[in-house]
Design a protein around this ligand. Structure first.
Ligand code: BTN
Length: 320
């Protein structure tokens, strides 16, 4: 994406009319160049009106991230960029190159955002929060079971801090409100079996998704604007709360593993006691009832042939 497109959208961020002359002047470019740069706005999920005699206006204001407004907990470092392919892809590379624990990367726009199970992550400029955090653990890569669940409960708690009343988790690591997905988490780990290890935790939160973008998502979703209403803090404030909850949860996890957050997670689990259909990859779906989460983060489902422990993040779960 042309960097001029982001600069022009910043000029228009307040959602009011701005004349093409004024915006072009502010950017030091011609009106024709500005017009060309703004043609890619729809590719970013941004709706833009152009009205003869009045200029340009965004369909909705864009709340760009402001690093100065992100309350960054001690020990973390945050970089905010306009565009990247995937914050997780970049941070995995940086982790391999020795980046310190607590390195965070947030992007206004990901051109190739990745979800779990090989899916892409649908977002829009200003309509989502997309960031990744690198955390280094003393414990081994073989002892990171339940880390993605721990991340899920941290995100659910942070979103509750932001005014979401019924934020819950769905195994393994979605955050849902009334069974509609509000946030997704992608955990990628590396390191020695006995330790130390490193994880890149990528988080995507639906902040205020335009209708057009919601239509591209093939599962029930919701966003913070719907869930938090008037109490909705800015994206920068939400980001700070997410980073704070994640950092404190990972510090506890490094000492005690998933048992450190198991009770919290149980209390937040939307599917506890529910009849579900389990979809394992490459196997036939089967039915059961969610009974518990084990100390290693496996979901315990009772079936007619006895309890089954679901451990793979490749498994998906639907309410029956
Ligand atoms: C899921 O499928 O539910 C996980 C979605 C994770 C998306 C986030 S957005 C920031 C980070 N970068 C990526 O490419 N993916 C994660």
């Amino acid at each position: 994406m042309n960097t001029l497109t982001f600069r022009a959208l910043r000029e228009l961020a307040d959602g009011r009319f701005h004349s093409g002359v004024d915006v072009a002047r502010a950017l030091g470019r011609s009106r024709a160049t500005l017009n060309e740069a703004l043609k890619s706005a729809p590719d970013l999920g941004v709706d833009l009106f152009s009205v003869r005699g009045r200029g340009y206006r965004l369909a909705a204001p864009i709340d760009f991230l402001d690093p100065a407004q992100v309350a960054l907990p001690a020990g973390l470092r945050l970089e905010v960029c306009d565009e990247v392919d995937s914050t997780s892809t970049r941070l995995v590379e940086r982790a391999a190159a020795g980046a310190p624990s607590g390195t965070c990367l947030a992007a206004e726009w990901q051109s190739a955002g990745r979800g779990r199970r090989g899916r892409s992550w649908v977002a829009s400029l200003g309509g989502s929060l997309t960031f990744s955090m690198l955390w280094r653990f003393e414990r081994g890569a073989g002892q990171l079971g339940g880390l993605s669940l721990a991340a899920g409960s941290a995100v659910a708690e942070a979103l509750a801090d932001c005014g979401v009343r019924r934020a819950q988790v769905k195994w393994p690591n979605d955050v849902v409100v009334d069974f509609r997905k509000l946030a997704g988490i992608l955990v990628e780990t590396a390191g020695e079996i006995q330790g130390p290890s490193a994880a890149v935790i990528g988080v995507g939160v639906n902040y205020r998704l335009p209708e057009r973008v919601l239509d591209q998502i093939d599962q029930p979703v919701t966003d913070l604007a719907q869930c938090a209403g008037d109490a909705l803090p800015s994206r920068s404030v939400v980001l700070g709360r997410l980073l704070a909850r994640l950092a404190s949860t990972f510090a506890q996890f490094d000492v005690r593993g998933f048992p450190a957050v198991r009770e919290t997670w149980r209390a937040l689990h939307a599917y506890q006691g529910r009849p579900v259909r389990v979809h394992p990859p490459h196997h036939k779906p089967f039915d059961g009832e969610v009974v518990d989460v084990a100390a290693d983060g496996a979901l315990v489902v009772s079936t007619p042939s006895g309890p089954v422990h679901l451990a793979s993040a490749e498994i998906s779960l639907r309410i029956r």
